[in-house]
Structures are given as C-alpha cells and as structure tokens.
Design a protein around this ligand. Structure first.
Ligand SMILES: [Cu+2]
Ligand SMILES: [Zn+2]
Length: 226
C-alpha cells in the first residue's frame, strides 16, 4: 500500500485534471500517429481490479467483470485468506486506496439508498457481492453473475473499488459486520476479452506442442526398447 502525505494528495488532486486536459489537447494533435487509437475507442466490455493487501494483510488477488446479457459476470481469484472461512466481498464507493487500512475507499456502493444485504435480497446496496469462500489453502475462486450493476451504464462500477474483508458478511446493518479491510483494488479497464482469449489460445497451443513432444519421446523410447 502506498501512503501519500496530505500535501502530496492535495497536489495530486489539483494536478490530475490539468494532466487530463493537456493529454486531450495532445491527443487531438497526434490522433493519426497513435496506432492504438482505434483500440482505445473500442466499447468497454471488461473491467478488472487488482487487489492489493492493506497494512499487515497477506490477502491479494484479481477480480474481472464482464458485461453479459443477464448481468455482470464476476470472476477471479483471491489468495492469502484464512483457510475454510468466509470473507465479505463488496464494491465500495471511491477509488482512493491511499489509506493503509483501506478506509479512504468509503462505504458500500449504494446509488439507490437501500439497506445493506446479501445477494439473496433484491433490495440491497448495489455493491453487496456477498462472501468469498476460502478453500483449505486460503484461496477463493470467484464465479458470480450480478444483476444490479453494470460496467459503465446504470449503477456503473468503473472507477470504484473492490474490497475483501477479514470477516464474513452476515447481512446485518449497516454493512454486514465484516470487520476491517484485508485487500482493496480500483476497478478499471482491462484488456479486451479477445486479447485474453488470444493469450489463452497461445497457452493452449504451447501445451499441445509440449504434449506432442512428450508423446514423440515416449514413442522413440518404445521403438528403442522393442
Ligand atoms: Cu466492504
Ligand atoms: Zn452493503
């Protein structure tokens, strides 16, 4: 976790819009020369959050959000959790991860002003994703479909943050008694899923080749033995 002194944080707050404006001005000049322009303007269909441990926490991971027809598909992996336990898993309001305890990301993302709840309840904070279940190694694999959020439209989660808590979310008011924050990460744009697919294809092909080489070697051995 990075901790910024207050003066630096104020300077960053002032400087960021200036950088944004100057980048926009430059983008107008060299739009022809920038080969990634088309890619940058492609519709955003997947977001991700890299979860970094809070102070003295061993919890880290990555969460992916893909827009599907029935909602947002949430996948990913979190490690360093207490084995065989549940951990509150939420989208929080802000992208400021500067506090060592993760407190600057604010409360649960709650655009409709509902009460806190678990995923079984339709009326709940939009950011209430329930619990992660850690296996005997302290690893949780995430695979959920969430209907009340979108990437960039209604209840947009882009630019907010994901929080994993030290304790389980019980569904109690006001925020599930999930205890302090174990890991936080900002939700931002991830590489297009086609790129991830391409990387997967490459891995598969590599595995195939290795498999072929192994079976060739086995055949060679068999031939020698005969
Ligand atoms: Cu939370
Ligand atoms: Zn909540």
């Amino acid at each position: 976790m990075n901790t910024y002194p207050t003066k630096l944080r104020v300077a960053l707050l002032i400087a960021t819009p200036l950088i944004f404006l100057s980048e926009r001005a430059m983008a107008q000049d060299d739009s022809e020369a920038n080969p990634s322009q088309t890619e940058a303007q492609a519709p955003i269909d997947s977001l991700m959050a890299v979860l970094q441990p809070t102070k003295d926490s061993p919890v880290r991971g990555a969460v992916y959000f893909h827009q599907a027809e029935a909602g947002v598909k949430v996948t990913g992996m979190v490690e360093g959790l207490i084995p065989n336990s549940e951990h509150g898993f939420h989208i929080h309001q802000y992208a400021d991860t500067s506090a060592p305890d993760g407190s600057t990301v604010g409360g649960h993302f709650n655009p409709q002003g509902h009460d806190h709840g678990l995923p079984g309840q339709v009326m709940r904070h939009a950011g209430d994703l329930g619990n992660l279940k850690a296996d005997s190694e302290g690893v949780a694999r995430i695979d959920k479909l969430v209907a009340n959020i979108t990437l960039t439209d209604y209840n947009a989660i882009i630019g907010r943050s994901v929080v994993v808590h030290h304790r389980a979310d019980t569904g109690a008011q006001p925020s599930g008694e999930a205890g302090s924050r174990a890991a936080v990460g900002v939700i931002g744009v991830s590489p297009p899923s086609s790129k991830l697919d391409q990387a997967g294809d490459k891995l598969e092909k590599a595995a195939e080749k290795i498999g072929e080489k192994i079976s060739d070697a086995v055949q060679e051995l068999k031939d020698k033995l005969e």
